[in-house]
Design a protein around this ligand. Structure first.
Ligand code: NAD
Ligand code: MG
Length: 394
């Protein structure tokens, strides 16, 4: 039987890679819904190709343009947050690709979890901001989480089949590999003047702008560390981060007997996407075979926490409470401001540290509490942007 998919964030980098894999296997997949924020022309093209039942745009004005473009087709156009949750939880849907960027992914992802769907999780921010609630919803409703983030997908592949509870698998730690981003080897002083375009020019991966900046600041590895703790039931001290500039080993699992299992491949997100789409089977992804003879060497080095303090902040936030919710919200505001050239690169970490330290408290017990913590952190981050620090604010 065909797998019926909703692709949240279809117009983005992960969404487009997902549809590339789906198009290679018309016998396996049908598309129920595709969603985007405002890029209605791209979504219109995708709808003509994949003929989903629904297309959803977060923005109602662009949704009107999309409706016009798709007039006469079988695709119905919806808009708004509730519609995202609706297509993520509809009973016709088997699998939801969760590829919205940032906190905007939380409610649709939670709707999918509460409806017991198979969730292919790219949107790490929803676990960072609400890991406790999200994992509980997954467990209570029998949803299935398959990681798309290449590191977590690698770890999933290196664990015993179908295993996500590391406590009983003889795992001693996991090793998250990091490319080091475009500024690997740079000192803090040199990072003061870097531009958004420099930060977004990732040496190995082609990605959306937010995650590209996070990769440049190593915040992405920090978010991934928190994501790994939730996905695999680990304490932060069981997660090691190693810089591996070639991005060929996507992460590793260390076992108590001294074995280390690694997953390798060319750096192309279609590999983890195809893995999760077909799991436990394997299908073609369009990714070129890894050629060991032209690879050269695989190098490893320690991350520079002085130049990239966001990673240290995430280790702190991973200890629990609301710190990771606050850190995620502050970072989204900071990255937006950096991309708009309203904030320097090194100020991203300063803003994040100040907001997290000021606000961190107990973990939220409801979605409403998570959203309130998120809003409070965004308000404080915006205040930081106005004054260049938090001194003087209460
Ligand atoms: P992107 O910016 O290319 O795409 C983001 C998608 O989310 C787009 O479809 C956009 O329309 C949609 N979106 C943005 N704001 C929205 C809103 N308010 N409401 C509804 N939809 C909204 O980002 P990306 O690189 O594809 O990343 C998506 C997610 O996957 C992120 O959480 C990222 O951390 C994660 N991820 C990406 C990669 C990668 O290689 N790109 C790798 C690992 C994890
Ligand atoms: Mg990753």
């Amino acid at each position: 039987m065909k797998q019926t998919l909703t692709v949240l964030g279809a117009t983005g980098s992960i969404g487009q890679s997902t549809l590339d894999v789906v198009a290679r296997h018309p016998d396996r997949f049908t598309v129920y819904a595709l969603t985007g924020a405002s890029q209605w022309q791209r979504l219109a093209d995708q709808c003509r190709q994949f003929k989903p039942r629904y297309a959803v745009l977060a923005d109602p004005i662009h949704a009107a343009s999309l409706r016009e473009a798709l007039a006469g087709t079988d695709t119905e156009v919806l808009s708004g947050e509730d519609a995202l949750a609706q297509v993520a939880s509809a009973h016709e849907v088997d699998t939801v690709m969760a590829a919205i960027v940032g906190a905007a992914g939380l409610l649709p992802n939670l709707a999918a979890a509460r409806a017991g769907k198979k969730i292919l999780l790219a949107n790490k921010e929803s676990l960072v901001m609400a890991g406790d609630l999200f994992m509980r919803a997954v467990q209570e409703q029998g949803a299935q989480l398959l990681p798309i983030d290449s590191e977590h997908n690698a770890i999933f592949q290196c664990l015993p089949p179908g295993f996500t509870d590391t406590a009983h698998a003889g795992v001693s730690s996991i090793v998250l590999t990091a490319s080091g981003g475009p500024f690997r080897g740079w000192g803090r002083a040199a990072l003061d003047a870097v531009t958004p375009d420099q930060a977004c020019a990732h040496p190995n991966w082609s990605m959306g702008r937010k995650i590209s900046v996070d990769s440049a600041s190593l915040m992405n590895k920090g978010l991934e560390l928190i994501e790994a703790c939730w996905l695999f039931g680990l304490r932060p001290d069981q997660v090691e981060v190693v810089v591996h500039p070639q991005s060929i080993i996507h992460s590793m699992v260390r076992y108590q007997d001294g074995s280390v299992l690694a997953q390798m491949g060319n750096p192309d997100m279609r590999t983890p996407i195809a893995h999760a789409l077909a799991w436990p089977e394997r299908i073609g992804s369009g990714v070129a075979d890894l050629d060991f003879l032209t690879l050269g060497s695989l190098d490893f080095e320690a991350p520079d926490l002085d130049a990239f303090p966001c990673l240290a902040l995430a280790f702190e936030a991973a200890k629990g409470g609301s710190a990771s919710t606050c850190l995620n919200a502050a970072n989204e505001v900071a990255v937006d401001a950096f991309l708009d050239q309203r904030l320097g690169f090194n100020d991203i970490a300063r803003l994040n540290a100040d907001v997290m330290t000021r606000l961190a408290g107990p973990v939220a017990r409801s979605v409403e509490e998570v959203l309130a913590q998120d809003q409070e952190a965004r308000a404080l981050a915006n205040q930081w942007l106005r004054h260049g620090n938090l001194s003087g604010s209460k």
